[in-house]
Design a protein around this ligand. Sequence first.
Ligand code: NAD
Length: 246
Amino acid sequence: MTQKIALVTGAARGIGLATAKLFLREGWKVAMVDRDQAELEQVAVGLEGTKAFTCDVSVPKAVDQLFKDVLEHFGQIDALVNNAGVADFGPIEDTDFSRWRTVMETNLDGVFLMTQAATPALKETKGAVVNIASISGLRASTLRVAYGTSKAAVIHLTKQHAAELGEYGIRANCVCPGPVRTKLAMAVHSPEIIAAYHDAIPLNRYGSEAEIGEVIVFLCSEKASYVTGQIIASDGGFESTGVGLP
Ligand code: NAD
């Protein structure tokens, strides 16, 4: 069997790094992509079967160059995981346009640019796309005007990807994580939010990076060969309960 290649963005830490390790466990090779060159190279150097590529996914020229470099090195791409993301929680009146744009540039523009650039390679392999949104994209709550809206747009973009790319055998799905104690989350989760999540989540705990990564790797695998256009929450049951959050 030919070796499969996954491209994972935001792979320097958190959910992206855990996902890269799970792909390696399953025998894939991984193009690890992040804009934080130092952190990325530090983790990738210890992971056999990976190569680090520094790229800001919100910059069109950088994305074009990334695909040239990845294809030159690996020759093919079987799965694209659009995981790179930023969070900025704040009330509408405090979210000035530059904060709004910063969130949209990575969380939404980045997913559009990366998937557009990956499509020719994914057509060759009949590959898979997994976009990482959030439970914040499934339901509105306070403080998430930019973040929640960017993730809701990613959910719709996933359906567009599935609708348009299905004819080429490309599947596209979306994972909506619940809270995971990563650098991103801990920067925006106040003690009030942390307590509310514990109460609101039926499993009464945060998830782990690997619990999200397992779902991502499954969706990229042959086991999910008839699954496309789906929005799957990995959230301890939060989405199904209807309990609110600050
Ligand atoms: P993290 O901060 O630990 O990792 C995010 C990585 O993305 C970082 O290494 C960062 O350098 C990289 N990145 C950010 N902007 C980038 C850009 N423009 N180009 C390239 N790389 C960039 O965060 P995480 O919690 O692991 O988040 C991963 C994804 O999961 C994000 O899309 C996030 O919105 C989503 N998510 C996280 C949680 C959570 O609670 N942690 C919940 C729901 C959704």
